[in-house]
Design a protein around this ligand. Structure first.
Ligand code: DOR
Ligand code: ZN
Length: 345
């Protein structure tokens, strides 16, 4: 039996840090495991300009513990009125690595998102020409569409049009949750890829709704039925470079989760690699883990792979029931469970 696994240091291609005290509390968890992360811009107010992103990046860098090397990769929050010039200039200057499309009101802090994809067509055109990557939260928001169908519906209404109208635009279909999304991505050229979270590989929707409502298993897009989870596990472990690691770790304090209107988001940063590795081991796919975690993302983003290596070793690790954060508590993903791997160092 494999006792240790040494791989290039991984990156997290989709992550929420927030700002202020929460950000300072969560950055160390990610910086310990990952060399780089694509940092989501859904702050209040959202990160909509290169100047805001540059300042946010400084605040994150100041929170990286001494001795760790970590590079935040910043994203621009697209709105109906995004200034394409500021975006492409920010990308050229190395401030922006990608831009994020949130359909308005799809999820946490997305009220300023795009109300109609047609409104950002001129921006997408510039992004295609300039080689700026588009990250997409792929869910429609119409109240008449069932929440479990929102991702599949987004593919039909918007994704097909975006890839048809901008055939050279690099598009990341973020945190996919359905077999439909995996199939869609597989059917596209090399310019279309997807990130997959650990939670969508571990749980189906029962984990949210059976035995009482389980707020710590609630995130958006919501976990779907079992057939979808199995399709995602197949995609993630397949070795196909279109699929790579993006935790979508999203810190919400316990008080904001365990309430009558609990927030969407799962805080998986502290044991992210261990969580993914459990899945790869169960699938008999330890050999494809390095590609998913450390190679496919850089290849898609056109960035070098990390030179450093990390080692994961077989060990029983009990995930704490809660962790202190910003003077309160946060419940990590896998709280109270025993995981079979531990990252050294
Ligand atoms: O569950 C989620 N939480 N999904 C998102 O898209 C946003 C995130 C957050 O920011 O909390
Ligand atoms: Zn997210």
């Amino acid at each position: 039996m494999t006792e240790t696994l040494t791989i290039r240091r991984p990156d997290d291609w989709h992550l929420h840090f927030r700002d202020g005290e929460v950000m300072r509390g969560v950055v160390p968890y990610t910086a310990r495991q990952f060399a780089r992360a694509i940092v989501m811009p859904n702050l209040t107010p959202p990160v909509t300009t290169a100047a805001m992103a540059a300042e946010y990046r400084e605040r994150i860098l100041a929170a990286v513990p001494e001795g760790l090397r970590f590079t935040p990769l910043m994203t621009c929050y697209l709105t109906d009125t995004t200034d394409a010039e500021d975006l492409v200039r920010g990308a050229a200057e190395g401030v922006f690595t990608a831009a994020k499309l949130y359909p308005a009101n799809a999820t946490t802090n997305s009220a300023h998102g795009v109300s109609d994809v047609a409104k950002i067509y001129p921006v997408l055109e510039r992004m295609e020409t300039e080689g700026v990557i588009l990250c997409v939260h792929g869910e429609v928001t119409d109240s008449e569409i069932d929440v479990f169908d929102r991702e599949a519906e987004f593919i039909e209404r918007h994704m097909r049009a975006i890839v048809r109208d901008f055939p050279r635009l690099r598009v990341v279909f973020e945190h996919i949750t359905t077999a439909d999304a995996a199939e869609f991505v597989l059917g596209q050229g090399v310019n279309v890829a997807a990130t997959i979270t650990p939670q969508h590989l571990h749980i189906n929707r029962n984990a949210m709704l059976v035995g009482g409502i389980q707020p710590h298993n609630y995130c958006l897009p919501v976990a779907k039925r079992e057939t979808h989870r199995l399709a995602l596990r197949k995609a993630a472990t397949s070795g196909n470079p279109k699929f790579f690691l993006g935790t979508d770790s999203a810190p919400h304090l316990r008080s904001a989760k365990e309430t009558s209107c609990g927030c969407a988001g799962i805080f998986n940063a502290p044991y992210a690699l261990e969580s993914y590795l459990k899945v790869f081991e169960e699938e008999g796919a330890l050999d494809t883990f390095e590609g998913f975690a450390s190679l496919h993302g850089p290849a898609f983003y056109g960035l070098p792979v990390n030179e450093e290596e990390i080692t994961l070793e077989r060990a029983e690790v009990t995930v704490p029931a809660s962790l202190p954060l910003a003077g309160e508590e946060i419940v990590p993903w896998h709280a109270g469970e025993v995981l079979g791997w531990r990252m050294r160092g």
